[in-house]
Design a protein around this ligand. Structure first.
Ligand SMILES: [Zn+2]
Length: 60
C-alpha cells in the first residue's frame, strides 16, 4: 500500500493562470481560493525552499 495519490482539484473550468508565468492551470493540489495567487506545478516547486540532502534532522 505504498501508493499515495494526491487528491487534485480540477480547476480547468476556472481558467486560472499561474501568477508567475501565466500558464494555464488545470489542476491544483489544494482547493483554489480567490484571494490567493496560484502557481503552476513548475513555479510552485521553484518557490519552495530547496531541500538539501541533509534535511533529515532529528529523523531516525
Ligand atoms: Zn508558472
Amino acid at each position: 500500500m505504498a501508493e499515495f495519490r494526491k487528491s487534485m482539484h480540477d480547476v480547468s473550468h476556472l481558467g486560472l493562470r499561474c501568477a508567475e508565468c501565466s500558464a494555464d492551470i488545470k489542476e491544483l493540489p489544494f482547493e483554489p481560493k480567490n484571494d490567493r495567487p496560484v502557481y503552476c506545478s513548475d513555479c510552485a516547486r521553484k518557490r519552495r525552499p530547496p531541500k538539501g540532502p541533509r534535511s533529515s534532522f532529528g529523523r531516525r
